[in-house]
Design a protein around this ligand. Structure first.
Ligand code: TEU
Length: 520
């Protein structure tokens, strides 16, 4: 049945709820805002949405710190609005998937509040990972684990015990050895499935399970985030016990029709990565190798081949992502300005030519660059990071410019958006790009339309052609579509075929630099 499932070649669109559309005037995006823009998403041509967390939260990590996973935060709306959103999205032929955050809760979650009150050794503390400290007076953390957000992964509470948090201090890790924790997740799954959601994106799906004795991490393990983890060096992630949790999740999903789950899996080893998408576990796992690849034909080809190979053995579709709410937007990664935008156009055609599942990040279809925000505007709790996100992740989370000539560009009816929007974005609004056949938005619309309707995209296998240095060309074996990319400094001969679409002007028989083309 999985062979024909709706998600196997779907194009998902990640809605960063805070930043997509504000139906009110508080400058923060909300569920009603999304509902009011469904027409746009249908016009764009995506099959499904992924909504980032909109649950009750004190927003220490903008909603990835969940205080109640079965309610909507008043900032984003209420359950009735959510139900209307699902109903309307389905009426517009789009599926809706939602985020799940099972590795940790907010420190404001009633469980954690009860754990603080109850004290060492209590039933309440056993839902989290509380431990005594080390050193003669217990004043040192239980082990050497670091937080992905910087600093030690342990915080000490008033009675002297320490609790584990792999992310912010306000995100205590749950104890997945406690059956109450799994029971509660099953309840959350059913709660949203019963409301009609089509699936889930599982946050930190390689987390959750921890080895009981919590052994030290190797000092050679990378501390930054966005880095693939190696369980040999780093026992914080990818513990073997995690698969039992994914089998539990899958069982619940299988009680319903046509529902799916994709895991956020940052795992180095291919064989270990593939375990997450075995028959009885998750349907899909994010592969971030395209995010890591520079704009270079060999690097991109390597990422594609690696991604395809890593899931081939288990028969799960590959997944493709260029950007998300945690990384620098790819227009900027590729050099920024008009060069970055040109390369982003080329990479959009490469990505959309690939077999499997696509995840677009809101705003990439407009060619939004990362924004250099002034210090006063920064909000992300991330403070001590690896190079690519050292100033935090706010720069890729600036709200979507919809229309008009000045900030907030129709994003909110209020005066200010939660992060300031650049004045230069007047040329990048949805309104201005819809009219312009040469815009990034028009390119995405055409590409998505062709991907959906052309027979060229059939089959899962690629055949690679010989190509000049700095270039590649592959053919979809089943359907015959050819995609060629030129990352070299000069023009190269076009492969034979009729041009269906190109990311920039193609003159005569040549493919110019920083350009990709589809041929049939
Ligand atoms: O990110 C999980 C994760 O592993 C992070 O290291 C991620 O690589 C990092 O944020 C990249 O910069 C998820 C969410 O996507 C992120 O937004 C949350 O902050 C995090 O979980 C905690 O819930």
């Amino acid at each position: 049945a999985d062979q024909a499932a709706w998600w196997r070649d779907a194009v998902f669109y990640q809605v960063y709820v805070r930043s997509f559309a504000d139906a009110g005037s508080d400058g923060v995006g909300d569920l009603e805002g999304i509902r009011s823009r469904l027409g746009y998403l249908e016009l764009l041509g995506v099959d499904a949405l992924w909504l980032t967390p909109f649950y009750r939260s004190p927003m220490a990590d903008h909603g990835y710190d969940v205080a109640d996973p079965r309610d909507v935060d008043p900032l984003f709306g209420d359950l009735a609005t959510f139900d209307r959103l699902i109903e309307d999205a389905h009426a517009h032929n789009m599926r809706v998937t939602v985020d799940l955050v099972p590795n940790h809760t907010s420190s404001e979650h009633e469980w954690f509040q009860a754990a603080l009150r109850a004290g060492p050794g209590s039933h309440e503390r056993a839902r989290y990972l509380f431990r005594d400290g080390t050193g003669y007076d217990g004043s040192q953390p239980p082990n050497n684990w670091t937080s992905i957000f910087g600093g030690p992964a342990w915080t000490r509470v008033a009675d002297g015990q320490w609790y584990l948090h792999l992310f912010a201090t306000e995100q205590p890790d749950l104890n997945w050895d406690n059956p109450e924790v799994a029971g509660d997740l099953a309840r959350t799954l059913r709660f949203w499935l019963d409301r009609g959601v089509d699936g889930f994106r599982i946050d930190v799906a390689h987390g959750m399970a921890k080895p009981y004795d919590l052994p030290n991490m190797d000092s050679r393990a990378t501390h930054g985030s966005g880095v693939l983890h190696d369980n040999q060096l780093d026992p914080r992630f990818d513990d073997d016990g995690v698969h039992e949790i994914h089998r539990m999740i899958r069982k619940v999903l299988d009680e319903y029709q046509d529902r799916m789950a994709i895991g956020e899996v940052w795992v180095q080893d291919d064989e270990r990565f593939a375990r997450y998408v075995r028959q009885d576990e998750l349907h899909l796992a994010f592969n971030f190798r395209l995010v890591d690849a520079e704009f270079d034909a060999d690097a991109v080809r390597g990422a594609i081949e690696h991604s395809l190979a890593s899931v081939a053995a288990v028969g799960a579709p590959a997944t493709w992502t260029l950007s998300n709410h945690d990384v620098v937007r790819h227009v900027t990664r590729y050099g920024g300005g008009s060069l970055g935008a040109k390369r982003a156009r080329a990479m959009a055609l490469v990505e959309l030519a690939l077999p499997g599942v696509i995840y677009l990040y809101n705003g990439e279809e407009l060619g939004l660059p990362n924004v250099e925000l002034p210090d006063w505007a920064l909000q992300d709790p991330v403070w001590e990071r690896s190079g690519r996100i050292e100033r935090g992740r706010d720069g890729c989370r600036v709200p979507i410019p919809w229309e008009g000539f000045a900030p907030p560009f129709g994003f909110t009816s209020g005066h200010d958006s939660w992060l300031p929007m650049p004045h230069e974005w007047s040329g990048l609004t949805v309104e201005s790009q819809l009219e312009d056949p040469a815009s990034m938005l028009s390119l995405y619309r055409q590409a998505l339309e062709i991907r959906k309707t052309s027979t060229g995209f059939a089959g899962d296998e690629l055949e690679w052609y010989g190509a000049p240095p700095g270039c590649f060309a592959f053919r979809r074996k089943g359907g015959g579509l050819i995609c060629a990319l030129n990352t070299s400094g000069g023009p190269v001969p076009l492969p034979p075929g009729e041009v269906l679409l190109s990311s920039g002007p193609v003159e005569g028989e040549h493919l110019p630099p920083d350009t990709a083309v589809w041929l049939l």
